[in-house]
Design a protein around this ligand. Structure first.
Ligand code: ADP
Ligand code: MG
Length: 406
């Protein structure tokens, strides 16, 4: 889906209030009744609200839904893109939006710049866009959602918030990840890595060292309490320029599906990450590590990983508890997370997806009379805080608190 910013300058402050009202109402209504939109917008005249509603619908920032009980509106991805971008423009973390860098499975990546002209990356999470019809998941979660519909927009916000927190904290801890600058709703603004995904790498001046440094990353991450779960040649950026001898020359991206080492399947995902790298090096770079001694000291710094490949049982000895600080998935024994969120992120880890809500996302009018929804509570009221404007401040505050505690 394109990020269409052309209409931004035509929207009035009233339109903006009405759009925010739809967003706010969506927290606990799948279809936000017009009367509630009017009430939440704070506008005096109902006709003013109706005019804005009609303009927003024309621009496909909201979509009309007919419901068995009442008519109302729903946010579209265009609408939420607009609100996120507007927030970041106001905070001056973004000044202008450029072209697309990439389209991921469940994200769009754009080049943006700040006021000084520094280029950055904006990642827009779009969960639920892809449909893997071939993958069947028989768990009751799917059955439930096949009936009720999944609030992908809400889950995209959660995924972005999680990714932003993982990146902020890992960066503060000195991990080679992009610096994250801002997060609003389902969007993250981060450092642009000048380089290319490792899948394109065929030549390197020190392949054993690169291999060893990647394994060190996995082990260090594990000892901090986390497993990446999608650690592969697509999510490792090889830098064009190496800064100094301590720079391993790569940056790891794509964190929303990270889990805790306390997760029930931690060992499985840890091994899968290790095997992905091993397979890539063997197949594409014709490199297969043979012995311990070559690993540790390939460059004389002795900072690499000493075994040909890490083992969860042998090598992961918790030194840090980032998983607990961040309430990573799987760290839910003591703090049970929202089941929908856990399941959606689980699906991301396993490339499972369901029918998307493309019809709504594209802003077309949708008829939901067929029992897809009853327009009542969509997810629990306790989630409400998470989706409102204030959650962004609390995310910032929480990050600051965590970083200060380090
Ligand atoms: P997805 O979750 O959809 O896989 P990613 O975060 O992996 O999204 O990003 C998709 C692609 O966009 C990456 O493979 C990479 O080419 C590019 N990309 C993402 N983040 C950055 C960044 N910070 N700097 C440069 N390129 C990036
Ligand atoms: Mg990726």
């Amino acid at each position: 889906m394109k990020l269409d910013t052309s209409h931004m300058r035509y929207l009035t402050p009233e339109d903006f209030k009405v759009l925010q009202a739809v967003e706010q109402g969506s927290t606990n209504h799948e279809v936000v009744p017009t009367s509630l939109i009017h009430q939440l917008s704070g506008l005096r005249s109902l006709s003013g609200t109706n005019r804005s509603i009609s303009d927003l619908a024309k621009l496909k920032l909201i979509a009309k839904l007919r419901n068995a009980k009442y008519d109302g509106y729903k946010m579209t991805y265009n609408g939420i893109d607009y609100l996120a971008l507007k927030t970041m423009l106001n905070r001056e973390t973004v000044y202008s939006v450029g072209g697309t860098i990439g389209v991921g499975k469940e994200s769009d990546i754009y080049r943006v710049s700040d006021r000084n002209g520094t280029e950055k990356v904006m990642k827009i999470h779009r969960l639920g866009r892809t449909s893997f019809h071939t993958v069947k998941n028989k768990r009751d979660y799917i059955k439930k959602n096949a009936k009720n519909g999944v609030n992908w927009m809400y889950l995209s916000k959660i995924a972005a918030g999680k990714e932003y927190q993982f990146m902020t904290l890992l960066f503060a801890k000195g991990f080679d990840v992009p610096e994250a600058f801002d997060c609003s709703r389902h969007c993250i603004v981060m450092e642009l890595i000048k380089g290319y995904p490792m899948r394109r790498l065929r030549k390197h001046k020190n392949i054993p060292k690169l291999y060893s440094d990647l394994m060190s990353f996995i082990v260090k991450l594990g000892n901090s309490g986390l497993i990446h779960c999608d650690f592969n040649e697509f999510n490792i950026m090889i830098k064009d320029k190496v800064e100094d001898e301590n720079d391993p020359g790569f940056v790891v991206i794509d964190f929303p599906q990270c889990i805790s080492i306390q997760h029930n399947d931690a060992e499985f995902y840890f091994k899968r990450d290790v095997d992905c790298i091993r397979r890539f090096f063997k197949k594409k770079l014709k490199y297969e590590p043979k012995s311990d001694s070559t690993m540790l000291d390939t460059d004389g710094f002795g900072d690499g990983y000493k075994y040909p490949y890490p083992l969860f049982e042998r090598d992961i000895h918790r030194e840090d508890n980032l998983d607990e600080l961040l309430q990573a998935s799987g760290f839910s024994k003591k703090h049970p997370g929202d089941r929908d969120i856990e399941e959606a992120i689980d699906a991301m880890r396993n490339n499972i997806s369901y029918d998307s809500e493309e019809d709504v996302a594209s802003g077309d009018e949708v008829n939901s009379e067929d029992g897809d929804s009853d327009g009542e509570y969509y997810y629990s009221e306790s989630d409400e805080e998470d989706s409102e404007g204030e959650s962004e401040d609390s995310l910032e505050e929480e990050n600051e608190r965590i970083i200060e505690a380090l």
